[in-house]
Design a protein around this ligand. Sequence first.
Ligand SMILES: Cc1cc2nc3c(=O)[nH]c(=O)nc-3n(C[C@H](O)[C@H](O)[C@H](O)COP(=O)(O)OP(=O)(O)OC[C@H]3O[C@@H](n4cnc5c(N)ncnc54)[C@H](O)[C@@H]3O)c2cc1C
Length: 401
Amino acid sequence: MRLVIIGAGFAGMYAALSAARLRDIRGASPEELEIALIAPDPRLVIRPRLYEPKPETLTAPLLEVLEAIDVVYVQGSAETVDTKSRTVEIATAKGAKKNLSYDRLVVATGSRLFRPNIPGLAEHGFSVDQLNDAMALDRHLHSLADRPAKNGRDTVVVAGGGFTGIEAATEMPARLRAILGKDARPRVIIVDRNSAIAPDMGEGPRPLIEEALRKLGVEGRFGVGVAELDKSGVTLSNGERIECGTVIWAAGMRAAPLTTQIPAERDNFGRLLVDRDLRVLSVPGVFATGDAARAACDDVGNYALMSCQHATRMGAFAGNNAAAELLGVPTMPYHQKAYVTCLDLGEAGALFTRGWDRKVEMVGDEAKKTKREINTVWIYPPRAERAAALASADPERVTDL
Ligand SMILES: Cc1cc2nc3c(=O)[nH]c(=O)nc-3n(C[C@H](O)[C@H](O)[C@H](O)COP(=O)(O)OP(=O)(O)OC[C@H]3O[C@@H](n4cnc5c(N)ncnc54)[C@H](O)[C@@H]3O)c2cc1C
């Protein structure tokens, strides 16, 4: 029997760990139940940190952990999934193709930034979405030092005033000063079509976010969008022109394209609809998890968000349940009651909220300490030691905040 997991993000990593944990508990051997993980690169990209400097350092190795728990790593990108013959076609880095059959499949392919068809965006827009994007932005910011300090060189426009846009924007003044020196005059402007900053964060945290932005001198343009980008700046939908050296696109996410290969219903974000065990509805043998799945967290109408916090726990349930079906043991319905957010606000600290109504629990330096702990410890893979790695993946205990 073979369980195949596609994707080595937070969800894929925990799907592999929890499937291996259940196999171990049930006393099945790796020959009886093979667990294979397909990904282009055997590293976990720490996506939640990609707005930080030195993005090339923001990965963690996975190969040793996978070896320690007898999970087979298959290098490549899954190109097609045939759910009738239960086969995945993989393109390898060397240009070869190979097929891998499965008895159960876990789709953990994550998400990507949605880039609308706006003139100039593809040529002039940067992002902090994937590792390559963050590295390209970092190279660009360093290249600004070779330009004269005029014509908006030190100005950054961030399109999108949600979680990612705020974290990228509030980090920029310090990053620009570090690169351009003390004479730099960083100007950061958030542009959002919504009428206020952080539309999803609600009324409670908003004044605190606005105060942090004021403190850092970050400006806002709300109720307008970016209509066009060119090499010297942006034009907004109300006609305003902003000369700037950098544009960061941070507006909207979509499930990765592989989800379109699964003949099932998807939501507006392209996420596959799943049942409480994270099985894709009406496609036998296929589970979906993390940012690739739309899953209910509870019985009162809350659904998992595209977040590391949900992806990690959903991964653990999906891997466990896919293995449980093959091992003939009961599955465990996914549930996730606790929900917290920890928003980095650059040199103005951070903001920590708890619950779906986002009750503020910590602000400033105290919240920043927690953010650092989350970003440098909690979200990293477990040690490459078999017992510790397997123990870290008990679905009931993963991200139990
Ligand atoms: C700048 C930024 C800040 C963020 N901040 C936070 C935060 O503070 N808190 C929080 O909870 N979340 C945050 N997030 C969101 C969080 O990073 C995502 O929700 C999380 O990464 C989702 O995990 P995942 O495993 O589902 O997908 P991903 O982490 O996207 O991983 C997907 C994996 O699938 C692989 N893959 C994709 N397609 C294929 C294919 N066809 N074949 C093989 N492999 C494939 C990819 O290579 C990757 O390994 C942030 C995201 C960004 C970009």
